[in-house]
Structure formats: structure tokens, C-alpha cells
Design a protein around this ligand. Structure first.
Ligand code: SME
Length: 161
């Protein structure tokens, strides 16, 4: 079991994801409990990539309900189609928002959040069962590199559900 995530701060974001991914894989493959794995993934992404907030919302009774996360206290329930998370659920598409203030209906859990990426997570029937939500305290902090590697992170989860 990985006990300490090792990534280098001075390298490019791409290199850092490349260092991180095998360690995330080891975490997931060493444990069968989903909540335990989501908790550790949140921590690893938060601490190594220095994202302001990292967490998961699960679809429960037609709402997204807050799951394991790292960062400040957050909204517990989000309706279908609402906010960036609800939009990712509704459209089944990754949402990348450069400026949360410019996103109609953005749900502000923290005024420090400036940009956001949300990735839908699918079960084997291609239904959205969760989303991975990441917030940054910098405007336009997410790009195609984040999209590429975070898709690999959620593929690890999808394989385990
Ligand atoms: N901003 C999100 C809500 C969740 S928090 O960012 C943790 C949204 O608009 O869906």
C-alpha cells in the first residue's frame, strides 16, 4: 500500500500526473472498498496537484450527494442539471469552466473557487453514477492536460465499480 504520495513539485503538470498515476493505480488495486479508494484519491490529487478542492458526488435518489473529498466544507446535495456538477451528470460530458462566475447557475460552495473541472463517472451500463469535481483558486487553471490525465484517473474507478 502506498503510504506517501511522491511527486516532484518543480516538474511540468504532465510529468506530475505521470508520476502520480501509477501510485493511484496501486492504491486502487490494493483495496476493494470504493469509499476508501475515493477518499485516498481525493487526498492524493489535493495534496500532490495542489488543487483547492477535490471530491466525489454520487448519484443517490436522483440527486448528487457529497462523498469523499479533501478541502473545505461543501454543498451536500446537487439536483440534476444544476451547477457544473449537475451539468456534467445531465450532459454526460466533462465540464471545464475557466471562470466560475461566468458559468450560469454555478453553485458556489466557496468564494475562493475560481475555476473548475467536473468529470462524469460511468457504470458498465453507461449511466452516470458519480462525478469527480475539482476546484482551483486560480482562474483558468484546467486545460487539456488535466482532462487527459483525470480521464485516466476516473478509468481506474470505473474499472472497480
Ligand atoms: N461548484 C459546484 C458545486 C460543488 S463545489 O464546487 C464543491 C457546481 O457548480 O456544481
Amino acid at each position: 500500500m502506498v503510504e506517501l504520495i511522491n511527486t516532484t513539485d518543480s516538474v511540468t503538470k504532465e510529468k506530475k500526473y505521470q508520476e502520480l498515476l501509477p501510485q493511484l493505480k496501486e492504491i486502487i488495486e490494493g483495496e476493494s472498498d470504493l469509499v476508501a479508494n475515493l477518499a485516498n484519491l481525493s487526498s492524493a490529487l489535493h495534496l500532490s496537484m495542489h488543487f483547492f478542492w477535490v471530491g466525489f458526488y454520487s448519484v443517490k435518489n436522483n440527486q448528487l450527494v457529497l462523498g469523499p473529498f479533501q478541502g473545505s466544507v461543501a454543498c451536500t446535495r446537487i439536483d440534476f442539471g444544476k451547477g457544473v456538477c449537475g451539468k456534467a451528470w445531465e450532459t454526460k460530458q466533462i465540464q471545464m469552466v475557466d471562470d466560475v462566475d461566468a458559468f450560469p447557475g454555478h453553485i458556489a460552495c466557496s468564494s475562493l473557487s475560481r475555476s473548475e473541472i467536473v468529470l462524469p463517472i460511468f457504470n458498465s451500463m453507461k449511466e452516470v453514477v458519480m462525478v469527480l469535481d475539482i476546484d482551483s483558486d486560480k482562474v483558468a487553471d484546467f486545460d487539456e492536460t488535466d482532462k487527459k490525465y483525470l480521464q485516466q484517473v476516473i478509468a481506474l474507478i470505473e474499472r472497480a465499480i
